[in-house]
Design a protein around this ligand. Sequence first.
Ligand SMILES: [Zn+2]
Ligand SMILES: [Zn+2]
Length: 372
Amino acid sequence: MPRDPYEVLGVARDASAQEIKKAFRQLAMELHPDVNAHDPDAEEKFKEAAEANEILSDPERRATYDRYGHEGLRSGGYAPNFDGFGSISDLFNAFFGGAPMGARGGPAHGGDAAVAIELDLREAADGASVQVDFEAIERCEHCHGNGAEPGTPIETCERCGGAGQLQTVTRTMLGQMVRTTICETCHGDGRVPKQPCRHCRGRGRVANRRKLEVQVPAGIADGQRIRLSGQGHAGEAGAPAGDLYVAVRVREDERFLREGDDLITAVDVAAPLAALGGALEVPTLEGHASIELPVGTQPGEVLTLRGAGMPGIRRSRRGDLRVVVNVVVPRRLSEEQRELMEQLNDSLSDENLRSQESMFAKLRRALGSQAA
Ligand SMILES: [Zn+2]
Ligand SMILES: [Zn+2]
């Protein structure tokens, strides 16, 4: 329950409007942020005083309070709300006028711009120079950013009289209740061109298509972003520009899966070749390479081609190319092949099928690869 407003302001029940006004001003001055920077409760106390003042300075509200208390005010629809004010400084300024703190923090920085590019895996591996085309806010070259048609004067803003701010009187119970806002005619500059630049309509900035060459580093991965500092939208006069973010998409390559800097591919190998071993041609980013397929290669075995993966973006070493051997059992045999296969099958013994590994080692390998 809020405190009794008479008590808050320290005035008698029959205090005159003049006495109430004086009491509030005096209390407010004691709570002024410049005087009272160290009192953590100053803001709450000021809000309480402001609320008390709102009630007692309005004759109708005061009469309602006198008869029915806070309950009566609330059921009558009165709800004080000072929460929209950022701080005690703002609140204070709302009552007594003055510049809102932090409202004029100098010219605004430019915003960040974003653009997306798409590369194939080979380009991502080699690095690429990609031209991007995006809309950026730039300084208007026709008026050199001052917003005036060249040769025409820039005058003091009539709306705000050059102050760059407007004081809006929103209530009159204290004689003044003033909120200060940035003048929307001059956007706080206090000066406006007599004849606005016809190119930018007086804004001093224009949106242009900008082309830029982006150097994409070798080894970039899908989803990474490149930041080009200062290449975003222009700031207001004197303020730095924003950044440009280039979102990189790397198109999927049906030959390779990427795992970090390693590439993985699968190569079909006919069962007889897997048994015999020999040279095996495998796809690489650059084309093809020949690797040695060991005698007796089993389905799912992985051969590694060192340094044939992706370059590391922050490392000098390239990743590896891992080749998964997909042993294919021949289908749709001709009569002759069928005979050969029968001869082969008849000649096979347990010795041909026995693994180098023990059963235990096999099991461990299976579990290990599962865990990995
Ligand atoms: Zn212009
Ligand atoms: Zn103005």
